[in-house]
Design a protein around this ligand. Structure first.
Ligand code: PMP
Length: 307
């Protein structure tokens, strides 16, 4: 899905033209991956566009920055307001929002502290991340031969650009082998997450997802699904999983801002359950998408209306 150009991008407090939102090739981030970012969805609702858990995403962005000592002058509220300015300036009804805090042009050595911090927020229309059919038909995944970054080399709590080169290794391996996506194990052999999604397993009506301590990102969709599932009466556990837990599950699915709730129909060429989207996954999707459209009073505070 190629990037669809919109008109305006926010840069350090100002709206600039899409084509002017460039950085110098010798910026620190290009050599050393020194940026932190977020991915947020803005959904169409009856009251106009509304972003999903915007403040939680912006708070995670600030936390990522803190880990890398990359502070910026904006608060989570400032950044949320800025993101909505960009949505309005581009007249989006629904879109994906990408805030990026990066180390720019200054000095070129590993020390990032002498390079200026720049904040950009771009938006563009984006459909289903793993393909239009994926939400219904499910995807085929491979357990990657690449291990997830360990917590004491690249902390999973930060959404830092440099660590995604690990996700890139896994993603490309899975695509080249004919799968849609990869799931990585940690060094101890426990399931962490996909290249950009958390994972849930359903067995005998109980949902299990790896604990954050396994080394997965503390996904905002993961948290939303946990709340929704518990509200629907399901037991949800955070426990370590091994790859055979995926093979023998009744249902497996991904959660993520981009992937939303995507069923996994095959793991390492083994059909999961019946080999198609399971009933609990479908029920959770229904409840999740109702929440994103502003149809569920209980989850109304997950949405912030742009206008
Ligand atoms: N794991 C990884 C590695 C990710 O990049 C993402 C996407 N941010 C997720 C999980 C899902 O997180 P969220 O639901 O907050 O988008």
């Amino acid at each position: 899905m190629s990037l669809k150009k919109t008109e305006k991008i926010w840069h350090n407090g100002k709206l600039i033209n899409w084509d002017d939102a460039s950085i110098h090739v010798l910026s620190h981030v290009v050599s050393y991956g020194s940026s932190v970012f977020e991915g947020i969805r803005c959904y169409e609702t009856k009251q106009g566009p509304a972003s999903f858990r915007m403040r939680d995403h912006m708070q995670r962005l600030l936390n990522s920055g803190r880990i890398y000592r990359m502070d910026n002058p904006y608060s989570a509220d400032d950044l949320s307001a800025a993101a909505h300015d960009v949505v309005r300036a581009n007249r989006m009804t629904s879109c994906y929002i990408r805030p990026i805090v990066l180390r720019g042009y200054g000095e070129l050595g590993v020390n990032p502290l002498t390079s200026p911090v720049n904040v950009f927020i771009g938006v563009w229309p984006w459909g289903a991340y793993l393909g239009e059919d994926a939400l219904e038909q499910g995807v085929r995944i491979k357990i990657s031969s690449w291990r997830r970054n360990s917590q004491n080399s690249l902390p999973a709590a930060a959404k830092a650009t440099g660590q995604y080169i690990n996700s890139v290794l896994a993603k490309v391996e899975s695509l080249k082998a004919g799968y849609d996506e990869a799931i990585m194990l940690n060094e101890a052999g426990f399931i962490t997450d996909g290249s950009g999604e958390n994972v849930y397993v359903v067995r005998d009506g109980v949902l299990t997802t790896p604990p954050i301590s396994a080394g997965c990102l503390d996904g905002i969709t993961r948290g939303s699904v946990m709340t929704i599932a518990r509200d629907l009466g399901y037991e949800v556990r955070e426990e370590n999983l091994v790859r055979t837990d995926l093979y023998n599950a009744d249902e497996v699915f991904f959660t993520g801002t981009a992937a939303e709730i995507t069923p996994i129909r095959e793991v390492d060429d083994r059909a999961v359950g019946e080999g198609h989207r399971g009933p609990i996954t479908k029920e959770l999707q229904g409840a999740f998408f109702a929440a994103t459209k502003g149809e569920t009073e209980r989850y109304a505070d997950w949405l912030t209306h742009v206008d």
